[in-house]
Write a protein that binds this ligand. Sequence first.
Ligand code: 5GP
Length: 192
Amino acid sequence: MKELEDRIRQDGIVKAGNVLKVDAFLNHQCDVELFDHMGAEWARLFEGANINKILTIEASGIGIACIAAQHFGNVPVVFAKKAQSINLDGEQYATTIYSFTKKREYPVIVGRRFLNPDDHVLIIDDFLANGCALEGLITIVESAGATVEGIGIAIEKGFQGGGDKLRERGYHVESLARLVSMDCETGELTFA
Ligand code: 5GP
């Protein structure tokens, strides 16, 4: 998606450790018009898929997922919550996710009443790097007996391999901007 790539080139900052900072428009200050165009693009890419719910993860996924939902017939958006600990009271689907940016594991939960076996879910997230966050979200969808219809990502760092692993497993992954490399010394970004 050229508009997103141009915006990343304009406002993205490449940090050490393969981290791209996009807090000027995506995950701190939010450019809602850009989010709207991203939602329209995901709707085009997943046209014909039978999607009745969007699942994302707090906090950065919530804004893009809610705007995207307007392009999927205003389907409900559920976000996985980052919990302090997993309380196995049977009310929640739970798993743990290794955080690329924080370099530690954390538990995530989704209330059982918000995911059912008849749900056809589009998972949306801001970044795809090694794929750990998505593995966790897929685990949650599958523990509910629901179906992952597709995975919509804003920025995929293709050089970290998570997207290819998920595609090899048969998931329909669509990334709006796919980086093949980035250089924290020069700030240079190369898109697929
Ligand atoms: P993964 O689990 O695929 O390794 O990483 C994805 C998660 O880590 C995303 O939910 C995102 O929050 C965070 N993340 C990964 N790489 C980056 C990055 O370069 N910049 C930012 N801002 N977040 C990232």
